[in-house]
Design a protein around this ligand. Structure first.
Ligand SMILES: Nc1ncnc2c1ncn2[C@@H]1O[C@H](COP(=O)(O)OP(=O)(O)OP(=O)(O)O)[C@@H](O)[C@H]1O
Ligand SMILES: [Mg+2]
Length: 229
């Protein structure tokens, strides 16, 4: 048991089959992340960053190897248990936002909390204050197609935080945004990281070294392995 390791990735292999071709994306990858760490995952396009994030987030299962969270192996959980694990522990921020188009900002942010069956009033208060925190109070009743890209990303950050996740997985959170809007998003990450009451662990994918340097540690992926830390 090592209390100083939150996520322990051991000898991870992941490949995809495309017709008869096997694409080996992650090859014997090893990684340890401490609780409260802000880690940047850096690598060129196609290096396997999203693939690694999907394995850590239990959205996909590895071919072999293990991923432990809090000293418990979770890479082999059943789909139902994996969904419960994700819902309670992880907040996802996707590059393409993935907001539900028919729901308003507030409804999108409420959704992960409703899935856990949380009390309505308490949940609404939390969602409203998170929307305020990301600077979207004036857009609370808007639907995603009535928002700018930066506003959609901020809504998706509020949604990721609604269940107060221990782990935040962010895939190119500023990838589609102009640099000013991107700075605003990165400020939210910095505030989260520095906030006293919360001890979020953050894994942030980026291909921009300048952005990666904001994190505590840079992990660089190349040819399916970690090359530099
Ligand atoms: N579902 C899939 N089926 C087949 N191949 C896939 C699949 N998902 C990813 N790949 C391949 O795996 C490799 C790694 O993809 P991945 O999305 O992890 O890269 P990435 O580092 O996130 O790149 P980017 O910076 O462009 O987002 C790529 O060559 C990609 O084509
Ligand atoms: Mg990617």
């Amino acid at each position: 048991m090592n209390e100083n390791i939150l996520i322990d990735v051991k000898s991870l292999y992941k490949s995809y089959k495309l017709g008869k071709t096997k694409i080996e994306v992650l090859k014997d990858l090893n990684l340890e992340i401490e609780p409260g760490e802000w880690v940047a995952l850096l690598g060129s396009s196609g290096s396997g960053k999203t693939t690694l994030l999907n394995q850590i987030g239990t959205l996909e299962k590895p071919d072999s190897g293990t991923i432990s969270y809090d000293n418990k192996c979770y890479s082999k959980l059943s789909n139902r248990r994996a969904a419960k694990f994700r819902g309670t522990k992880i907040g996802f921020i996707f590059q393409a936002y993935h907001l539900l188009p028919e729901l308003t900002v507030l409804e999108n942010v409420l959704l992960p909390g409703q899935m856990l069956g949380r009390k309505k009033k308490e949940l609404k208060n939390i969602a409203t204050s998170l929307i305020d925190r990301v600077g979207l109070s004036h857009r609370i009743k808007h639907r995603p197609n009535e928002l700018s890209g930066g506003e959609q990303q901020r809504a998706s950050i509020a949604r990721a935080l609604v269940n107060d996740p221990e782990l935040i997985l962010a895939d190119e959170p500023t990838g589609n945004l102009d640099s000013e809007t991107g700075k605003g998003i990165l400020q939210i990450f910095q505030d989260l990281h520095n906030s006293e009451e919360h001890n979020h662990t953050i894994i942030m994918v980026t291909h921009d070294r300048k952005i990666a340097e904001l994190a505590d540690r840079i992990i660089e992926l190349k040819d399916g392995k970690i090359v530099a830390e």
